[in-house]
Ligand binder design. Sequence first.
Ligand code: SER
Length: 885
Amino acid sequence: MAAKTMSAGEIRSSFLEFFRSKGHEIVPSSPVVLPADPSLLFVNAGMNQFKDIFLGARASAYRRVANSQKCIRVSGKHNDLEEVGHDTYHHTFFEMLGNWSFGDYYKRESIQWGWELLTTVWRLPKERLWATVYKEDEEAAAIWRDITNIEPSHVLRFGEKDNFWEMGETGPCGPCSEIHFDRTEGGCGPEMVNAGRPEVIEIWNHVFIQYNRRADGSLEELPSKHVDTGMGLERVSAVIQGRPSNYDTDLFMPIIRAVERVSGRSYVAADAVAMRVIADHLRALAFAMADGVMPSNEGRGYVLRRLLRRAVRYGRRLGMTQPFMAELFPTLEAAMGEAYPELKDRAREIVRALRAEETSFAETLDRGIETFEETASRVLAGGQTVFPGEEAFRLYDTYGFPLDLTMVMAAEKGLTVDQAAFDRSMEAQRRRARGARKAAASPAHADLVSDLVSRGLRTVFTGYRTLEQNATVIGVVRVTGESVERVEALAEGEEGLLLLSETPFYAEKGGQLGDHGHIASEGGRFDVRDTRSPAEGIVFHVGRIAKGRVAEGQTVRAVVTDARRQALARHHTATHLLQYALRTVVGTGVSQAGSYVGPDRLRFDFNWFEALSKEQVDAVERMVNELIMADDPVTTTEMALKDIPGSGIIALFDEKYGDTVRVVSVNGYSRELCGGTHVARTGEIGAFRILAESSIASGVRRIEAAAGLAAYELARNDRALLEALAARLSVAPSELPARMEAMTAQIKSLEKELRERERAALLGRAETIAKGARDVKGVRLAVAALEEVSGEALQCLAEAVLAGMGSGVVVLGSGVAGGKAQFVGAISRDLVERGLHAGRLIKEVARVAGGSGGGQPGLARAGGKDAAKVPEAIASAADTLVAML
Ligand code: SER
């Protein structure tokens, strides 16, 4: 096929085919999140999922692999967010075509095959290609010269910044050789390479991984040398299809056309940037959501929220005020659902999440615009022309306003934004974030682990078959506070970590807690209170020496606490049954978002958009119990990872799976990738109870449940509670409902009776007060000071007194709890007609007790600060009345 007519999809397949022909195994893209790696928010390069292989911590079944990897670059070392839309070749989401050698071929083949694919298979003109090498990498420079027919003057040398690639603050790294493509009109010179020019762009990076960057900043030589290459599919498609920008390729144009349709604008000049940003962000959002990340207020979810807001803000520039992202999704799904079926599988959730998030942002957006307007008017009123950078940052951080938009809005008012102050605020926030990340993954710990890995220490896990095991102590680490130190032996009372040649202890993984137990040596005993695996093959038995000592080289017996392991296994298998039941009862759209498997509880978090009904929860619980009673067999098998896609097996990539993966199957109906420990038959679970169903984030629900003895204990506690209640009421538990009914009825009738008595008492009192009325200049005035009567009751009483008097004036006061006073004044209609006013009267009365108030001519209420002054205030009513008459 003539290269120029190739679609992006064909370019992807042609890349993979080429490397298949060079002996590479084609593997699936990992999801865009690998939460097992805390140094990484999102997958930012094809090599992320192979990090442990490069470090020597995990063996690979293949020595050569290739794939197309979904990448998101919005944070950390590789962050392209601010470039997006303004230039034509950076994206928040992109596909990275890559090929890897794990200790197999090195620079020569990598460069040779790269050149062959570009110039022979894709027929890119060699005079348009430039290669860069690391300044000290003579070997790579010589390979370019000797075995390719590249123009010798087209091989350039650069320093660390351009030609030494690192995954992040720590991890695998090495010198690299990049290939750039020149699309200037007349051909470019060397000064235009690596100069940030859109006409001369890097298309392929070949990294020669040979070091590990440690937390202390030093470089450590790796046991083997590897190749890690990455080529942006979007860029190479633009180059092959002869387009000036990535957005003009078939990867983006369908989405941009959809934006044109929805907005009624055209993809030209002023509107192009907004359309590009929207198309770019839609892809990042949809792919992240397809891998289970949903917008939220922290971490990855927060990144998504900000991306969405950025897109929506740009949408407003195109005049779109209604939610539109969800309308665009089907276009993306149609274009890429074939290559990435997760987009199809999760389409419903993605559309709902986009719509919900966009709708709720509309409100924030309006508030943000308001905040902007307020600040802008303040600045203008003060005769200033600079919009404060701190405010721009607040808009960015709180309302998701990208800086460039604030600048555009400011410019419309003749203002400029103080960008330096914005940058300072941003930097301050980054520092805080970095501090938090560092504290989470202690550097001392990270260095210890990479030290152990590089020494080749590995533990063989035997805990699927046995709970007891003889082993040799291969490492001893003393832990004192924050510090860790490798030692010969631990003495009685010391805290530490033991590493064994073999272990039956399961290390916390995939939500299942680590095993407890003990490790016995000749004359010594180490109590294990947790088991953790910080890197593939490295198992830390965490605990302390209960007696004697344990030393490196000793033979020991490692014993897992049986009852706890059993309880963990019941809860783990129950979690699989729960997921199956949810997908059956609620819908196949349910997918796992996280889980916790403990000895007495399990938690299962899943993506779903609404609360489950009580009927659904009941049906799920019942189904799990039926599956338990069916006593179905639970079996495990090994499978090649590459056979998983399309097999219907549920894979939650919140952990790194090896090339061969373990599939746990319950009688064939539930099949999940899982490394956990399980019961042999569902009957062993015994019982299952759901305790709660709740929401933990937008679009994420949580079920808490218990299995086995823990479920039985819960039932027993419920029964004990019922029995205690029944005993208290002297009935049988089964009679409780009728008894409660009767009690409720009795309470109601008692309350009614009480109200009637109060009324009667009030009326009696009213009569007494009315009787005590005296004559003030021909007007009957009744007053009374009462103890702690509510304002409502006081008003009722005043009305009752007035009713008894026919014509007259009533003033009542009361001190209420808390030391405040209340007053009510009531005046009969005939006197109101003569000009008397209860509001004015009561205002004067209340003033005596330090209060105020008012109201209608016929009825008014007021409060006072000092309850002790009530009698005095009431007594003043007569004088006030005289003055009014
Ligand atoms: N890891 C290198 C990069 O991201 C090559 O894939 O550029």
